[in-house]
Ligand binder design. Structure first.
Ligand code: MEV
Length: 439
């Protein structure tokens, strides 16, 4: 393989001669693709090696996406202290942001004082949409669809394997949607996806029933695809936190004050969309990390959770109030479209290992754990935000990363970082000075 020893990219005035057109790139084997990209982009040997790291997993990874040239490894951390519905659980989280795993563990520890999290899940029902345009009489068409619901359900259930796994299409609804392009009909299949995330199964079903829907409506079927607003697949988690556990020895405030400030912080998010976006981002830090670790579709979770939060005005996914007994009563409700079978969860060895750590029995149990994790993360974030702030925890890890960037030897990383934090000067140039001084 011919690769440059230095990365020439920085020196190039533009990449006009680089050619992004690579005919039949997708038909090449993975090694050849990487060679081609390395040549065209003047990658160094080190850069090539950094992409080509998935060893025995290469064939699996190659099959998961297209034009694959390598993998990017994320740290997998394990959040501790979780008790979910009476069972102790370790939660694998794949995330590159410092403090996310620590916050989840801290939130779970707070909940643990009063028995951990209780969860419930509404079911595993996804909506698949058949979108119909050019419908002569939309209201009459809607009624005709409902008249033929039984045949539509039957046809849906003839597609694929969901029924043999205990799932299947359960219901059909239809709506007339007024749009800028005039009225359209949206036919919804309500599909119990059992232990699968279900996107493929639902998409197969909506494509399979399209001819029936076209006939019933007299219109033209256009889109046939699932909706990620999984509002029939909700997971909830609750926990209580005694106020005294919200403070430690260093805190000069009492637990009741911190508890009340957490409720204020929630009320602020409930009233202010600028804050609500960040509040929910913190929830999704954890939700996505578990999804990534287990090979689940985190983009689907993101789309679903934010769409759900936006119903009736964008608001927080969690709630906080003071209970009759003075404890902080914490709750979360969010749509959780995850599976324990199929997809990357079934084939990626690291995702399978993460499922081994998690040890859940099916998609409903996984969804409940996702909810508990999101709540733990948010609880810990709010506690830190209303107390010492979040930078204290972040700064140590950030400073260690800066020390590594400055090529600090492993045995000096912590000391260099601690000195920079103490000085309030966390910069790569300062780290280099400290390395010279301490080496
Ligand atoms: C950072 O990734 C997430 C937080 O900003 C969430 C929050 O503000 O609640 C800490």
């Amino acid at each position: 393989m011919s690769v440059a020893t230095e990365n020439a990219y920085a020196e190039r005035p533009d990449r006009a001669g680089m050619h992004s057109r690579i005919p039949d790139f997708y038909t090449e084997d993975r090694g050849t693709r990487l060679e081609t990209v390395a040549d065209r982009c003047d990658l160094t040997e080190a850069q090539v090696a950094a992409l080509d790291t998935d060893g025995e997993t290469a064939a699996v990874v190659d099959g998961l996406s297209e034009n694959v040239v390598g993998s990017i490894a994320l740290p997998v951390g394990v959040a501790t202290n979780f008790v979910v519905d009476g069972e102790d659980r370790l939660v694998p989280m794949a995330v590159e942001e410092s403090s996310v795993v620590a916050a989840a563990s801290k939130g779970a520890k707070l909940a643990r004082h009063a028995g951990g999290f209780t969860t419930d899940v509404t079911g595993q029902v996804m909506v698949g949409q058949v979108h119909v345009v050019d419908v002569p009489d939309p209201e009459a068409a809607r009624v005709r669809v409902l008249d033929r619901a039984e045949a539509i359900v039957e046809t849906a259930n003839d597609q694929g394997v969901l029924v043999s796994h205990g799932g299947g299409c359960r219901d059909v609804t239809a709506r007339v949607v007024e749009t800028r392009q005039g009225p359209m009909v949206a036919v919804h299949l309500h599909v119990d996806t059992a232990d699968a995330m279900g996107a493929n199964a639902v998409n197969t079903m909506v494509e399979g029933v399209a001819p029936l829907v076209a006939e019933a409506t007299g219109g033209e079927v256009s889109l046939r695809v699932l909706s990620n607003l999984a509002d029939r697949r909700l997971a909830r988690a609750h926990c209580r936190v005694p106020p005294e556990s919200l403070v430690d020895g260093d805190d000069d405030r009492d637990g009741e004050t911190v508890r009340d400030r957490i409720v204020d912080a929630w009320a602020f998010a409930d009233a202010d969309e600028y804050r609500a976006a960040t509040h929910n981002k913190g929830v999704m830090n954890a939700v996505d990390a578990l999804a990534v670790a287990t090979g689940n579709d985190w983009r689907a979770l993101e789309a679903g959770c934010h769409a759900y939060a936006a119903q009736g005005g964008y608001s927080p996914l969690t709630t906080y109030e003071v209970g009759d007994d003075g404890t902080l009563v914490c709750g979360i409700e969010l749509p959780v479209q995850v599976g324990t079978v199929g997809g990357a969860t079934a084939v990626h060895p690291a995702a399978r290992a993460a499922m081994g750590i998690l040890d859940v029995d099916g998609a409903a149990e996984l969804a409940g754990t996702v909810a508990a994790l999101g709540l733990a993360e948010n609880l810990a974030s709010l506690r830190a935000l209303v107390s010492e702030g979040i930078q204290e925890g972040h700064m140590k890890l950030h400073a260690e990363n800066v020390a590594r960037q400055a090529d600090a030897p492993a045995d000096l990383v912590e000391e260099v970082a601690a000195r920079m934090v103490a000085e309030g000067d966390v910069r790569e140039s300062r780290a280099r000075e400290l390395v010279d001084e301490l080496a």
